[in-house]
Design a protein around this ligand. Sequence first.
Ligand code: PA5
Length: 434
Amino acid sequence: MIKVDISNVWGQLSLPDLLSMEKEVAAAHQTLMDGTGAGNDFLGWLHLPTAEPTEEMRRISAAAARIRADSDVFVVIGIGGSYLGPRAAIELMQGVNHNIGKGKGNPQILFAGNGLSTRAWNELCRLLEGKDFSIAIISKSGTTTEPAIATRALRWMLERKYGTEAAKKRIYAITDPSKGALRQMAQEEGWETFVIPPDVGGRYSVLTPVGLLPMAVAGMDINAIMAGAAQSQKIYDIRSFENPAWQYAAVRNLLYRRGKAIELFESFEPGFKMFGGWWQQLFGESEGKDGKGLFPATAELTADLHSLGQMIQQGQRNLFETMVRFAPPVQEAVVGSDYKNLDGLNYLEGKTLSFVDEQAFLGTVAAHVDGGVPVITMDMGKLDYPKLGEMFYFLELSCGISAYLLGVNPFNQPGVELYKRNMFHLLGKPGYEN
Ligand code: PA5
């Protein structure tokens, strides 16, 4: 079980504060599980770990094996909830440099359609030159502009390279089972398709083919990931403050009620950066509405202690931190000895890097708590595939409970539409003249 340590918030909150929320948290959890709250037609993610059809899992593994065999590069097209989850998972498990040295047998994974940058597009074209590649188009609505533009261009690249018929075997579509332009295109063109269940919203979709196909292509064990999530579905159903999801949801809401405006979600792992991005969308899009919500920010430690550290320590007292910790890896690194000791580091001789990292973590928590910043610690334990599934489910559950405590619908995102309407008007899209 993930351990949530809230001992470093007690300077600003008290145990009675937390206990006074018990009924409220119990009600929020119950509302979520009973499906009686706002957005209750988007609760499919709650049961996904035990509900994903075996046949779909088998087809995902078969498609992944084919892509691994016939492609140097696998391009994942999608934006927001249709891309952050798989990228977060791959970078956390394999590191930010996971593509270096990869090719056929274990393809590189590149992401496209998550922006409109010409530079990024030109770079992608350069990276694909002379490479065998396949693409997955991920879009629940099937109509999002950024992935649609990338799809059109990459599909043509494939057709020019392999011919129309052979290209079809390199295109995979992940979308709604019946609606949207992508579903229609896939049907008409004969692309292999996978389903995003209609009752699972984008930011809760990482444990559907949205996350599972790219993870499988990256060589990750998707059955173990789903097993971890399934375990999570059981163990985080406890209805008391023994449940770490309760502790996290309640404390962040209490801190918000006490005037905190920003939650800084951090880890000491560089590979965690995109996971932070996934978390940011999950909480930001679920809670940021009706004039409410904590602003979800992320930082990478210790690197950002040398940029944001000053602000965290002594800037406006409007934030708290959630620090995510993992058990050290099996393969340790040790600080060596230098007989001249000109850098003065011999006092660390023989110490593991993990030990130094742990002292940095403890020192940082103590400093920030002294500076009036409450710190929640999330101790994930050993990082492996079941843990990854557990982390996804745990945070989704915490988010659902937290958003109901805040009094908002966690499953809609009405504010995302405005920029699209303006952009369509400026682009002259038919139907957006006014
Ligand atoms: O969480 C969400 O619903 C959004 O972030 C969507 O995932 C994002 O806008 C992409 O939408 P679509 O999958 O329909 O292309």
